[in-house]
Design a protein around this ligand. Structure first.
Ligand code: IPM
Ligand code: MG
Length: 373
């Protein structure tokens, strides 16, 4: 089959990690006889530099016409350290989410046995964790009216939600739970916030349509504690935009490295796939960034395109790279030396191409030589 993929490398290490995903996808195209047509587009700080706009019109057009969007990373310290900056890279991503209606962000969090020792949390707490976060992505405080007063002595950000926004992601979360362990936990702050009370009422109503799924509630403060005290209690977490942003970074600790967490942002017509990590500016050009989150995003993308077997082939290659310790430096403790970003990508692509080939010479990979003998 033929697919058009919008590729947005973005900022920082975005281009470095996305190059590795392209290697993996090219290998998939080869083995499974597909054609991926990549259309590169600009977003974020790099787009501001070239066009003055963090989300050029052309990018929206490329994304709208693609079967799926693969995105690298966004952000630049130049803007982070300048609170007065009127144009910011992140505005590009937020506008893209809104323009394409990408209302549902899905982040799976699964502990890899091989990496359990990497997590600062105790092994018996995290072993067996398998949860997924459904984060609302186009509403809430992120998109409410915001203002800094003229004298710059006060500011506000309004958080608002309507029933339609809550309902559409709730249905997706319950459907996901039906194919998993049949439990949804709504994370909110219903003891304080009116929007949270609307979430509870709406979600409770919808839950009646999914009799096989259990619904429970947690306040966000308690949930942040529960997530690291006993992550195994969670199956599907459903939450609003800002809480989901915070909870998903926190959950990355369970896996042992934020460099392993992928996410998808789904709308009615489009879908975008990206690592949950940021642009890691300190690492630019050093080839130390972990490409696995980006590569796993490409796997999620294949799944979304209905290419289940192909998605699994990437997952298998990633697991193999962890088992063989062909990993970047962030995954410390399991390897005495680390591979570069590009080397990890090379291995993943090689493994996809030659997975049944027992002649793979893994020692040579470590030494930076040819991977196949
Ligand atoms: C994320 C990021 C973004 C967000 C930033 C870059 C605007 O942290 O995708 O989680 O807060 O949504
Ligand atoms: Mg975030």
């Amino acid at each position: 089959m033929k697919y058009t993929i919008a590729v947005i490398p973005g900022d920082g290490i975005g281009p470095e990690v996305i190059n590795q995903s392209i290697k993996a996808l090219d290998a998939i195209a080869d083995v499974y006889d597909h054609i991926f047509i990549y259309k590169e587009a600009e977003l974020g700080a790099s787009a501001i530099e070239k066009t003055g706009d963090p989300l050029p019109e052309k990018t929206i057009e490329i994304c709208k016409n693609a079967d799926a969007i693969l995105f690298g990373a966004i952000g630049d310290p130049k803007y982070d350290n300048d609170p007065a900056a009127k144009v910011r890279p992140e505005q590009g991503l937020l506008r893209l989410r809104k323009e394409l209606g990408l209302f549902c962000n899905v982040s799976p969090v699964k502990a890899y046995d091989k990496l359990i020792k990497n997590s600062p949390l105790k092994e018996d707490i995290i072993a067996g964790t398998d949860l997924v976060i459904y984060r609302e992505l186009t509403g809430g405080i992120y998109f409410g009216e915001k203002e800094l007063s003229k004298d710059e002595q006060s500011a506000f950000d309004i958080c608002s939600y309507n029933v339609k926004e809550i309902s559409r992601i709730t249905h997706l979360a319950f459907k996901a739970a039906q194919n998993r362990r049949k439990k949804v936990t709504l994370i909110d702050k219903a003891n304080v916030l009116e929007t949270s009370r609307l979430w509870r009422k709406t979600v409770t109503e919808i839950a009646k349509e999914y009799k096989d799924v259990t619904l429970n509630f947690l306040f966000v403060d308690n949930a942040s504690m529960q997530l690291i005290l006993n992550p195994k209690q969670f199956d599907v977490i459903l939450t609003e935009n800002l809480f989901g942003d915070i909870i998903s970074d926190e959950a990355s600790v369970i896996v042992g490295s934020i460099g392993l967490l992928a996410s998808s942002s789904i709308g009615e017509k489009n879908a975008l796939f990206e690592p949950i990590h940021g642009s890691f500016p300190q690492a630019i050009g050093k080839q130390i960034a972990n490409p696995l989150a980006s590569i796993l995003s490409a796997s999620m993308m294949l799944d979304y395109l209905g290419l289940k077997e192909e998605a699994d082939a990437i997952q298998r290659a990633v697991r193999k790279s962890l088992v063989l310790e062909i990993t970047t430096a962030d995954i410390q403790g399991i390897t005495t030396f680390s591979a570069t970003t590009a080397k990890v990508g090379d291995f993943i692509a090689d493994y996809i191409l030659h997975q049944e080939d027992s002649n793979m010479n893994f020692k040579n990979i470590h030494m930076g030589q040819s991977t196949i003998i």
